[in-house]
Write a protein that binds this ligand. Structure first.
Ligand code: MG
Length: 266
């Protein structure tokens, strides 16, 4: 356990803060604890999710999340900062980072168009997975099951092994293509850099494949996984001496944050 207390907490959303089998009120104690940490400890809270900005904002309402995050890191790659009080939108994009990110992704996509085309044909001919399109661009996969996605992932090297900049983010039955330099760990490191925080002052909590990039000591030294995390995440946490909580999603995150802030501090 690092000697410093976290000053920034980066949490995934689905499966880590909330869980689809639970009622929103099951996680209310976590929102109260975030508000307490923000007010009493000056802790900053970032939601670091695969959701896009609109879907993240929808999630905050849907799950009646009463604490207000300080930052929204979306699509595993973009940074949104809080706007001034009274501004027309509550969130403003970090343009320098987000535009560079977009440019790198468009350049990658152009470079690997033939590989994307043949991978698309493979999906249609040999799998029951659906290609995902955004504004006409082939950006990822929705598989019919997690098992099917695992099988598809085994085949991806056949198409993309010569594309050094190509990577992907995997979460449940979904997979999103990405530039190798952008993932939850990269956005968390960029936010930490902006805030002049070292990894020993950063906490990350996640449950699925796309969280692995932030669940490591180069991004955060305080690490949390809820009970429902996939085995690969739990294995990473064991390796890095993180906290594997007993509670589901936000209940587990609350349990771990209390261990860090209350027990360790006492
Ligand atoms: Mg998740």
């Amino acid at each position: 356990m690092p000697s410093s207390l976290p000053k920034l907490i980066s949490t995934d959303f689905d499966g880590t803060l909330v869980h689809h089998d639970h009622d929103p009120e099951d996680f209310q104690p976590l929102w109260d604890f975030f508000s307490y940490l923000q007010k009493e400890h000056g802790v900053l809270w970032a939601i670091n999710t695969g959701r896009d900005l609109d879907f993240t904002l929808y999630g905050l309402e849907e799950y009646q999340i009463s604490a207000k995050p300080d930052f929204l890191l979306t699509m595993e790659r973009e940074i949104h900062l809080p706007a001034e009080e009274g501004a027309p939108s509550a969130w403003i994009p970090h343009l320098a980072w987000n535009e560079r990110c977009q440019e790198d992704h468009l350049a990658l996509e152009e470079k690997i168009t033939p590989q994307l085309d043949s991978f698309h044909r493979f999906l249609e001919q040999e799998t029951t997975a659906n290609p995902v399109f955004e504004e006409g661009r082939f950006v990822g996969i929705e598989a019919s099951t997690e098992q099917e996605l695992a099988q598809i992932v085994l085949r991806m090297d056949d198409f993309f092994s010569s594309s050094a900049d190509f990577s992907y983010q995997r979460n449940g039955i979904y997979l999103r293509f990405c530039h190798v330099n952008y993932h939850k760990g990269a956005v968390l490191r960029e936010l930490s850099r902006m805030l002049s925080l070292s990894p020993s002052e950063v906490c990350a909590a996640g449950d699925n494949f796309n969280d692995l990039a932030m669940l490591e000591p180069t991004a955060a030294e305080h690490l949390i996984a809820p009970e429902n995390a996939i085995p690969e995440v739990k294995e990473a946490l064991r390796k890095h001496r993180g906290i594997i909580a007993e509670g589901i999603a936000g209940q587990g995150v609350l349990e771990a944050l209390k261990t860090i802030f209350v027990t360790k501090q006492a």
